[in-house]
Design a protein around this ligand. Sequence first.
Ligand SMILES: [Zn+2]
Length: 144
Amino acid sequence: MSADGEHKYFPALCPRGHRAFLAELPPGSGTARVSCPACGSRARLIPGAYYTTATRSRFERVAEAIDVGALRRERASTIASELALAARHDDAAFVVRALAEHPELAGLAPLLPEPAREMHAFIGLVIALLDAYAAPVVSEAAVE
Ligand SMILES: [Zn+2]
């Protein structure tokens, strides 16, 4: 949990397929309206972790490295599953190899964490983003 008064940034996704971004929501504002910075469409929040001023760049680097233009929605969940399997080996080399098989993720290579024990958090974020890109946009009511 963050300290009181800390900014909180929640991952959000554009319904038109632009890249995921972080939306700052004031405390307790579950009803905030979030817009895609690329096109202004109403975005939906990705369930899960939030980020702080200190950690937001971690999310942004990974989100920017995934080539959403090349990533097809049907492929995203398959790739996420493959990465999850590779991550189970608890051996960074498996994850590196799994990433290398997907050109859409080539931008992640320079971001691979060192030491490798941070690989779990890193790949967890990649998988969460891929799952989000794979999920059909259900309803704007999700962010109401
Ligand atoms: Zn957009």
